[in-house]
Design a protein. Sequence first.
Length: 351
Amino acid sequence: MTTIKLTQYSHGAGCGCKIAPDKLEQILSKNKTSVLFKNLLVGNNNNDDAAVWDLGNGQSLVSTVDFFMPIVDDAFDFGRIAATNAISDVYAMGGKPIFANAILGWPIDKLSLELASKVIEGAQFVCSQANIPIAGGHSIDSLEPMFGLAVNGIVDTKNIKKNSSAQKGDLLFLTKPLGTGIIGTAIKRGLIENEQHELTCIKSMCKLNSIGYELSLLKGVSAITDITGFGLLGHLIEMAEGANLTAEINWNHVPYFDFIDSYLAKNIIPDNTYRNWNAYEKKVTGLNNMKAFQILNDPQTSGGLLISINPSNQPDLINLFTQNGLQDYIKPIGSFKSASDFVIETINANF
């Protein structure tokens, strides 16, 4: 029986399918929320992870939608990754997901309905881990396979964590390694060197960012976002610009897959790495190391949470990380300081 490789049926992969940040800004520039809705606490006037609507009872509704084309070949794993990625936006706002609706596009003349069912099965598996149902959804016959979720969640209004509320002096922490775009590209090109590399990457992409809810309760956490298609630099720029600050990143402390070097040596790099860089190169300084360039701009799929926290509360964060099996991420990757000529300054990223 011939093994179907889903990545061969799409031109893009995972969150790398996202429209470039500068192009997205052009699309949305004339389509911002023009009417004041007093209950809309977070809308499309900023670059946050989800919309937030005040329910008037001390709680707010968090609503998001995310979908993309396959980043892996296995249908079940594709469903797991897409669901994890979509749910992450609720966690990034400090909320708890409550239910989801599925979004499925499937080329029914090319791929079997059984495979589509496997995608949804994978998503249901992740949703059961998050303790939420897939309550409904919508499907179309499309040219390429795509899948995602529209997710709704609840957050105590006082605990909402925007991506634009970081404070000067805050430390930055990241909860997952970078490199999923590079490994996803290797999968699509059939160039995975070791099956364990693929499995490690999939495991990371399928890990729920459920710690986001606990972080919203932690004193000193000022801002949270998750790292997806714009890469670490792109999402950090959104965070820094939203707070009118400059972020300093210490390349020596940034986590990434420890087997990434041989793939970079073979020039296995997503096209959207350069698309990302072209969108914001004028906002970054100090990035003169090719490996750092490739990894910091790498479009992530279902990446980790990027957390901004007051240094005085760092011990509490470390304790929370340790309780959640995140001992490898207790070292800050950077900090925020007063705005300068650049939005991001990288250190230890020279040749």
